[in-house]
Design a protein around this ligand. Sequence first.
Ligand SMILES: [Zn+2]
Length: 226
Amino acid sequence: MEWMKTYKKAVTFSYDDGVLQDERFVKLLNHYGIKCTFNINTSLGNEKGSFPVGNIIARRFKIEDLVPLYQGHEVASHTLTHPFLPKLNQDEIIYEVKEDINNINRIFNQETVGFAYPFGQYNDNNVSILKELGVKYARTCDESHDFKIQTDLLRFKPTCHHLYPHIFELIDEFLNSKSDEPQIFYLFGHSYEFDVDDNWDLIEKICQRLGNHSDIFYGTNQEVLL
Ligand SMILES: [Zn+2]
């Protein structure tokens, strides 16, 4: 957490599934100077990876096409096929995580350290396996609604989802805080939700409010949490 030498506050985003809406979303992030970690399933970058949600069919990018798109952001693992991890046996879990990380390392030419639990589902055994496989942080979907530094990084709790009803109060609390303790605002979600809920204006307003502050460090999950 190198940023703490210079900053008291950091902002980072985490968005999942590598869907087509990420193209519009990345433009927004880049415009407001916000960094995101994108959690992807490397065996679903094809028709098999499409799924109905709300009134749309969410479609995923071909994995290779994500390389230029996510330039300047971070790519992390979300398993190969997006299963419910607690329902799999030991070997299946290892395969889902290890192969996804290997694919990401090869395709993006990086060393992957991050993970997001599919459906936010996990148990203690899943956490141990991730640790053994060298994963350094793993995001749950359990919202903390605070900005405290967390130590249990394999059960990391995001500040909130973008649909949290009091999000703008929370953002103001973060921006106005004069605390001497370092603080992190960590937002998560899926960009297909902006189409399903027809609320691109909401995420734009969030980025506008959180972005471009000289006293805030904007980094990927890895840069902010490790
Ligand atoms: Zn997902």
